[in-house]
Design a protein around this ligand. Structure first.
Ligand code: HMG
Ligand code: MG
Length: 293
């Protein structure tokens, strides 16, 4: 029997958060609905972050409230703090994600606090989620490279992974935020992290800046990782990671996995029309050059 690999579709959140011109909530809702119909079982719909920091996600409650919920699909949202969790809870996100970094500078740029402060801030999120019976995913950004600090020591990733799991995260998604990873650096980072966490608790979140993401996924599969984040059409980037390009494209990942004999539950033939929809959605933007702040 073929082995299942979990794809976590992050396009509606990670894919769109960096788009500078305002996209209306309706096409975002339609995108999530199309993804649900294509067989995705985990979709990161939006983020409940400060609208001053990421204006594109300001419509999070409208988007979350507008989607058609399919049975068996988890509709997730990013929450950086207790306030974000409370908004996500009100909007009935099925699960939430907290996000830390392996680099102090990135933590400051992205969430305006140190790594240690961020972990403190996540405690109430995990407490409330536990009361509500909701799962919490943990992200670590800059697992191999940082736009401000350069190379990252794998030991820092292992240490934060351990802390996020101890806080109660069910899984830690390892983010190559700027896509500087190679199969060698990813393997080194994973080897160190796998010494403290089993492969079932880890996911790969690889941006495809240098076209290495598929090779990075291949090496991660060899090391036992069975969950990968990707974005439809290769959308994305992080507004606080200069130079970060899109997430690895979902259709490329699904094709790679099917070629390797894994199952994903995703209807490949549906992906093309979703990619066309996304391209149209972005073309309709009135003002591509508007600055973020
Ligand atoms: P801060 O300015 O230090 O926070 O930002 P604050 O507590 O002083 O609040 C400032 C204002 O924001 C206040 O409003 C708060 O009420 C409001 P004011 O009184 O000025 O009107 N506020 C909120 N509003 C809505 N929802 C909230 C919220 N929290 C505060 N949750 C903060 C700290 C964490 C809020 C900010 O830095 C932030 O929102 N950062 C998020 C940045 C972000 O979303 N980055 C992209 C996602 S991470 C990523 O893409 C990486 C990933 O994909 C993995 C990878 O690739 O590496 C996950
Ligand atoms: Mg990302």
């Amino acid at each position: 029997m073929s082995e299942f690999v979990q794809i976590f579709e992050v396009g509606p959140r990670d894919g769109l958060q960096n788009e500078k011109a305002k996209i209306k909530p309706e096409p975002k809702v339609q995108l999530v609905n199309m993804l649900s119909e294509a067989g995705f079982s985990k979709i990161e719909v939006t983020s409940f972050v400060s609208p001053k920091w990421v204006p594109q996600m300001k419509d999070a409650p409208i988007v979350m409230g507008g989607i058609e919920r399919h049975q068996g699909v988890t509709y997730a949202a990013l929450t950086p703090n207790k306030m974000g969790y409370q908004f996500a809870q009100k909007a009935q996100a099925d699960e939430v994600a907290i996000f830390a970094a392996a680099s102090e500078s990135f933590s400051q740029h992205n969430i305006n606090c140190s790594i240690a402060e961020s972990l403190e801030r996540f405690i109430p999120v995990l407490e409330l989620a536990k009361q509500d019976g909701k799962l919490v995913r943990g992200y670590i950004s800059c697992v191999v490279g940082c736009p401000y600090e350069g190379e990252i020591n794998p030991a820092a990733v292992a240490e934060i992974t351990e802390k996020l799991l101890a806080l109660g995260c069910y899984e830690v998604s390892l983010g190559d935020t700027i896509g500087s990873g190679t199969p060698e650096t990813i393997a080194k980072m994973l080897e160190t992290t796998l010494a403290i966490a089993p492969a079932e608790k880890l996911a790969g979140h690889y941006h495809d800046t240098s076209n290495n993401a598929l090779d990075n996924i291949a090496v991660s599969l060899d090391m036992g990782i069975r969950t990968f984040d990707s974005a439809i059409g290769g959308l994305g980037g992080c507004p606080y990671a200069p130079g970060a390009k899109g997430n690895v494209s979902t259709s490329k990942v699904v094709k790679l996995l099917h070629e390797k004999g894994f199952t994903t539950g995703i209807d490949v033939s549906a992906l093309e029309s979703i990619e066309v929809f996304v391209a149209e959605m972005l073309k309709q933007k009135p003002d591509k050059k508007k600055p973020l702040h």
